[in-house]
Design a protein around this ligand. Structure first.
Ligand SMILES: NC(=O)c1ccc[n+]([C@@H]2O[C@H](COP(=O)([O-])OP(=O)(O)OC[C@H]3O[C@@H](n4cnc5c(N)ncnc54)[C@H](O)[C@@H]3O)[C@@H](O)[C@H]2O)c1
Length: 456
């Protein structure tokens, strides 16, 4: 099939590479000239494991190409995917300006299609509020009399394992109104569904539904995942106060099949390009429709608190008194991890940025390290912090080590060498990468989230 992917960011690039991998002919589009130039040279503008290889392979074979101009691709396309950003507006709602701008461009370019061409399937893959498929339809219809249908196909990939998620999906949700639209979508996805099922029969599920239900499914999924994180974070905080251990509690509840073990890892609060904005958009939709989403409002509030937890631990340990100006002046910290989670260079709403803000505003000096996200942080906050070439140099002369992102390499670093670089063996581990008992035995003052201090 001929596929047009409009928007070559985290979602668009993975979808483009993923559909090419299923044997489809894909054209990726973006308005960002620098991005397209990089892609044409075989350089991926984002870090996503496995993506570079697929982009190189299918660009070389000719089944994947990139352009700034969608018009050539639209002539023969079976489907055109809208994969542009839907950032948060000032009032919390999803800003649809990019989605609707693309819809208008598609509408104009439709004149290039033959009058008797099969309907173009326009697919909303961006995360969009209920009713967007109808708005996209109206925007295109205002420009053309050529046949098209609008389908909602939300994306559930996780940055860091996006390729695997896309090639072997748990499920594909497709909101469409006609059998023709469903058959085109099925044709695009059937190889992936089969591959996923072959690997795990519980996955590779196909969920056709109406577009509003598909649109809401995406928001509800993110809200449920965020709710689990905020819930376990609150229980972890309570553990610390009452003398319980979150690792035991987590194992105890996660083994109940009604609850399940996933998304029960306590941490320093969630960030990323999706949860924060999608939760706000869903809260807004609830308010507007007379159904305020109370559990969700609390989830967001709990996360706001959680993002302060590491900084509070640091301040408490170093005896910072409220009201003292620059109470951390003269202190220097090593900060491992800047991306909002491991295996990505994405720093949108990353917890580490709030931590930096908080500690620097209190006079601390910070030397940061991340395996992929340092260029993005440098571009955003420049010399507010110092940048270390490797994890160990970040620790040189620091009063403590703080861990904000769960890169597995950090867990594998020799802690004796780390200790030899620090002024003192003090660690604030926001990701629970180490065992409190082992740390105590090695002589560390070790702070983590929700776990009992070592007894021996
Ligand atoms: N990143 C994720 O993990 C993820 C997962 C699921 C869903 N989503 C959703 O997918 C959508 C895209 O997210 P993303 O992270 O890929 O965003 P992104 O910012 O990485 O990429 C968006 C791209 O669209 C391009 N663009 C903007 N206007 C354009 C236009 N008129 N024509 C062509 N290109 C245009 C931008 O230049 C950019 O490269 C969002 O709605 C997001 O919520 C993201």
């Amino acid at each position: 099939m001929q596929v047009l992917i409009i928007g070559s960011g985290y979602v668009g690039l993975v979808a483009a590479a993923g559909f090419a991998d299923s044997g489809h002919h894909v054209i990726g589009v973006d308005v960002d000239a620098a991005k397209i130039e990089k892609l044409r040279k075989g350089i991926s503008p984002i870090y996503e494991p496995g993506l570079d290889e697929l982009l190189a392979k299918y660009q070389a074979s000719g089944s994947l190409s990139f352009t700034q101009d969608m018009s050539a691709g639209i002539v023969n396309a079976d489907a055109a995917f809208i994969c542009v950003g839907t950032p948060q507006s000032e009032d919390g709602s999803a800003d649809l300006q990019y989605v609707l701008a693309v819809a208008a461009e598609i509408g104009k370019a439709m004149a290039l299609r033959a009058k008797d061409a099969k309907p173009l399937i326009v697919v909303d893959k961006s995360t969009v509020p209920v009713g967007t498929a109808a708005r996209v339809h109206a925007t295109i219809a205002a420009q053309t009399d050529r046949a098209f249908e609008v389908v909602s196909n939300p994306e559930f990939l996780r940055e860091g394992c996006a390729i695997d998620d896309f090639l072997f999906p748990d499920r594909v949700v497709v909101g469409c109104r006609t059998a023709f639209a469903e058959s085109v979508m099925k044709g695009l996805y059937e190889k992936k569904l089969a591959a996923a099922k072959a690997r795990n029969p519980e996955t590779g599920k196909w969920f056709p539904m109406d577009p509003p239900s598909a649109e809401l499914t995406k928001y509800a999924a993110n809200a449920m995942l965020a709710l689990r994180i905020s819930f376990i974070n609150e229980i972890a905080n309570l553990c610390e106060t009452v003398g319980a251990d979150i690792d035991f509690v987590k194992a105890g509840i996660g083994s109940d099949h009604r609850i399940g073990k996933y998304f029960l890892n306590p941490g320093p609060g969630f960030g990323g390009s999706c949860f924060p904005k999608d939760l706000q958009a869903l809260l807004k939709a609830g308010r507007e429709n007379g159904h305020p989403l109370m559990t969700l409002a609390t989830t967001v509030e709990a996360n706001r608190h959680q993002k302060q937890v590491l900084a509070l631990k640091v301040r408490k340990f170093f005896g910072c008194k409220p009201g003292t100006p620059a109470p951390l002046a003269g202190k220097r910290f090593a900060l491992w991890g800047l991306a909002f989670k491991a295996h990505t260079d994405d720093i949108r709403e990353a917890m580490a940025l709030e931590l930096i803000d908080s500690l620097v505003s209190q006079g601390a000096e910070i030397m940061v390290h991340d395996f992929e996200a340092m260029p993005a942080v440098k571009a955003k906050i420049g010399d507010r912090v110092k940048y270390a070439a490797d994890p160990l140099s970040a620790c040189e002369g620091a009063d403590a080590l703080i861990i904000a992102t769960e890169w597995p390499q950090y867990q594998q670093t020799d802690l004796d060498v780390v200790a030899s670089k620090l002024k003192a063996k003090v660690m604030f581990d926001g990701r629970n990468l180490f065992r409190p008992e082992a740390m105590k035995q090695k002589g560390w003052t070790y702070h983590s989230i929700g776990r009992l201090p070592a007894q021996t």
